[in-house]
Design a protein around this ligand. Structure first.
Ligand code: PRX
Length: 660
């Protein structure tokens, strides 16, 4: 602890306080090791025991893991349950009055809802969905702002066995269209608008636009939650009486009781689209039983959940973090959680700290990018608020740099709260490598050790385990309950992408990592063409496809470059169909046109930070774009690499000039 100020020293270790250890759900390294040992001794039995103790089953399962059709694993397959029952009904007898959600709107208005009322609203909305003919197995797109209604919509789908696919409200009509058609959804749940940073941003028009793009004939219902005042947004809200219906009209007169649809443990709970290394996002399909088990165990193990906690995960429900640690995990635990509509910088950069103070948040979980931007905008601001309610902090989504970690630890956590740096993915459903905060010491920048029952290791290209510090590919050796089941409609892509032959049946996460002498994992970054921009996952190919779809563009290559706040910035190298613009003003104008085009095609999060024009792209003689060269150029590095295989070396000079 003595060298706490030296932010470049990677050897710092922070032990949990004796007080924290004493109250922890898993106490001390011995507690952690005992769980790991139990998993080692009887892997399937370990998970079966936890699944019996943690979940409520309508029909108990008799089988734990079924590996007969690897890598299409099944868990608890002959058991039946309902996820919404496990999140809501379960609490009705014991704690119906307990606040489930403290919702804070963008403008600061607070609405609280208890478990009884949340259950009633989920049932009522579920009955509304049924009245539109929506049934078990149907796909429903949810394109909504952060709200109690978004959680109700997800829970209602789970209740009737419909498979939801939440699309982040910041995605464009085209991205929405891609997801509606890939999932073959029959309904879209949306809102007239969303409120962010004091602005009213219409949402429904993007749905109208998506449906007009064609191939959406199967969509028979568009359910619209009225978020904005009618006079602020209604003129934007075109109405198609054939399929549009207001949320409040749909639930009118519906019963507040709805018998859950009991489904098999393997029934898909949701599909969530995420970027991969091709141009097309992949629909990650999750199960019901295994997924919920992972969500609940990680709430207990990693978030050390206690009944008195006020839990706050700042992620949007459009991302997996908002699924597992907003819509499902906290509710299944019977927690009180904060749901926030707005943004961390409105009305000022003290918003998060003020909310922690006002709602007496005990457990706060956010992304490194938010932490970095709040340091920049007001590193001293947390000190103006009473943050004494906090007992645990968490981060997710990208590696956290030690400086940001130390600030989070000292300024927000007041050197009192352990930080859980949680490594996981859309595909893993819940935390995989993360501290159990009352068990293991933490190190700034390391996600520490795998959760009990998660057999993670690092291998080389041949699939052999590596134990030195050079690192390699992060893999998970054994199937685990919360993992991806397949890619919706594309089992081959699932198999080839995550279980390539040379990996010997291990799950290939797509990250590189190394381990230190204590066995702690340090994530180094992606091994594929996936960028992490403000913690959001974007495929370079996806952005390239968007650029090439512009009539002006002949060819494009996209790479990432380190960015202080966003983690990575997007740099696009573009070859135009016509001549390269001769003067800087035309270049700048064109670059702006293309940046806006990408924002419109995919969503504002994918907008390139920089565009550079060239007559060509650096290619090998066989025609392959040399991305490592482009990365070096984007980073302003001297090119030290071998360029002898480069077809057109002169082009490098042109590409060195950024146009912002
Ligand atoms: O590269 C890793 C990074 O985020 C990727 C998964 O992204 P996504 O599916 O969008 O899920 C993000 C939220 C779970 C991983 O392959 N990543 C996630 N958490 C961490 C991380 N990198 C370093 N440290 C983390 N804690």
């Amino acid at each position: 602890m003595s060298n706490i100020e030296s932010v470049l020293n990677e050897t710092r270790v922070f032990e949990p306080s004796a007080e924290f250890v004493k109250q922890a759900n898993v106490s001390g390294m011995a507690g952690y090791q005992a769980l790991c040992k139990a998993a080692e001794q009887d892997y399937a039995g370990f998970w079966a025991k936890l699944a019996r103790e943690t979940l409520q089953w309508k029909k108990p399962f008799t089988k734990s893991l079924n590996e007969s059709n690897a890598p299409f694993f099944k868990w608890f397959e002959d058991g039946e349950l309902n996820v919404s029952y496990n999140c809501l009904d379960k609490h009705l007898a014991g704690q119906p009055e307990k606040t489930a959600i403290i919702f804070e709107a963008d403008d600061g208005k607070v609405t609280k809802i208890n478990y009884r009322d949340l259950h009633a609203r989920a049932c009522q909305f579920a009955n509304g969905l049924k009245s539109r003919g929506i049934r078990k197995g149907d796909r429903v797109i949810i394109y909504m702002p952060m709200s109690i209604e978004a959680v109700v919509a997800m829970q209602a789908c789970a209740r009737i066995g419909a498979i939801h696919s939440v699309v982040f409200g910041g995605f464009s009509a085209r991205s929405l269209h891609e997801r509606i058609t890939d999932a073959q959804a029959c309904a879209v749940i949306t809102a007239d608008a969303q409120m962010r940073g004091g602005k009213v941003m219409p949402l429904k028009p993007a749905v109208d636009e998506a449906l007009a793009m064609g191939g959406c004939e199967m969509v028979h219902s568009v359910i619209v939650y009225q978020r904005a005042k009618p006079d602020t947004v209604r003129p934007d809200t075109a109405w198609n009486a054939q399929h549009d219906i207001w949320w409040h009209d749909l639930v009118l007169g519906q019963s507040t009781a709805c018998e859950p649809e009991w489904v098999g443990a393997e029934h898909p709970l949701f599909i969530l689209y995420t970027s991969g290394s091709t141009g097309r996002p992949k629909g990650v399909q999750h199960s019901s039983g295994g997924y919920l088990l992972g969500a609940m165990l990680s709430m207990q193990w990693v978030f050390d959940y206690k009944a008195g906690d006020i839990f706050w995960c700042t992620a949007d429900v459009g991302w997996v973090t908002g699924h597992t640690y907003v819509a499902y995990g906290p509710l299944a635990m019977g927690a009180t959680q904060v749901v926030f509509e707005g943004i961390p910088t409105y009305p000022d950069a003290g918003r998060f700290w003020k909310m922690i103070q006002n709602h007496k948040v005990t457990t706060f979980y956010t992304a490194p990018t938010a932490i970095r931007s709040l340091i920049k905008l007001g590193g001293e601001l947390p000190r103006q608020y009473d943050l004494s309610s906090l007992r645990l902090l968490g981060t997710v989504g990208e590696p956290i740099n030690p400086e940001a970690w130390m600030w989070y630890y000292n300024t927000v956590g007041q050197a009192r709260c352990p930080i859980v740096d949680t490594w996981w993915q859309t595909e893993t459903g819940c935390h995989m490598i993360a501290p159990l905060p009352g068990a293991m010491p933490i190190k700034p920048g390391s996600c520490t050790l795998p959760l009990p029952g998660i057999i993670a290791t690092i291998v080389n290209e041949a699939g052999d385990e590596v134990h030195d510090q050079h690192g390699g590919f992060l893999v998970i050796k054994r199937p685990f309950p919360s993992q991806i089941r397949t890619i919706w409609g594309d089992p081959e892509r699932y198999k080839n992408g995550y279980f390539p032959e040379e990996m010997r049946g291990y799950y290939l996460a797509g990250d590189s990592a190394h381990r230190d002498e204590d066995g702690y994992f340090w994530i180094m970054g992606r091994i594929d063409d996936v960028l992490k921009v403000s913690g959001h996952r974007l495929g370079t190919m996806e952005i390239e496809s968007a650029l090439v779809a512009n009539p002006l563009v002949a060819e494009a290559a996209v790479v990432g470059k380190p960015h202080d706040i966003k983690g990575e910035a997007i740099v696009a190298f573009v070859v135009l169909k016509g001549a390269r613009p001769a003067d800087p003003a035309t270049s700048a104008q064109l670059a702006e046109t293309l940046r806006t085009w990408v924002a419109k095609t995919i969503g504002p999060i994918a907008k390139p930070d920089e565009i550079r024009f060239g007559d060509n792209l650096p290619k090998t003689r066989s025609g392959k774009i040399m991305r490592r060269l482009l990365r070096a150029i984007a980073n302003g590095e001297e090119i030290s690499q071998d360029v002898s295989t480069l077809e057109n070396p002169a082009i490098l000079e042109q590409l060195k000039n950024p146009v912002r």
